[in-house]
Design a protein around this ligand. Structure first.
Ligand code: SF4
Length: 88
């Protein structure tokens, strides 16, 4: 069940550069999806992963989890491996 206290929590948005409430993050992604950065932006403030799992339809939660950006190191390794293969 959505929690009005969570909806009113605020943080600085790295995309907008201003203070915004959690409720904005819940609807600011594609369509009615939460923003793809929601886990990254809120994990230090509360257990956002558990909250999303409890409050989003399973399909929306799964889509959000699979849309998470890859860690930078993994991306760099993949690029390096691709370059190495092309040069072989
Ligand atoms: S989840 Fe998205 S909208 Fe919310 S603070 Fe992070 S970048 Fe901004």
């Amino acid at each position: 069940m959505p929690d009005p206290e969570k909806d009113n929590l605020e943080t600085r948005c790295p995309r907008l550069g201003s203070i915004i409430p959690f409720r904005y993050c819940m609807i600011s992604g594609e369509g009615d999806m939460p923003c793809f950065k929601i886990l990254d932006c809120w994990w230090e403030i509360f257990d956002v992963a558990a909250y999303l799992k409890e409050n989003l339809p399973a399909g929306v939660y799964d889509k959000l989890i699979t849309a998470q950006p890859k860690p930078r190191v993994a991306t760099i390794v993949e690029i390096a491996e691709g370059t190495k293969k092309r040069n072989e």
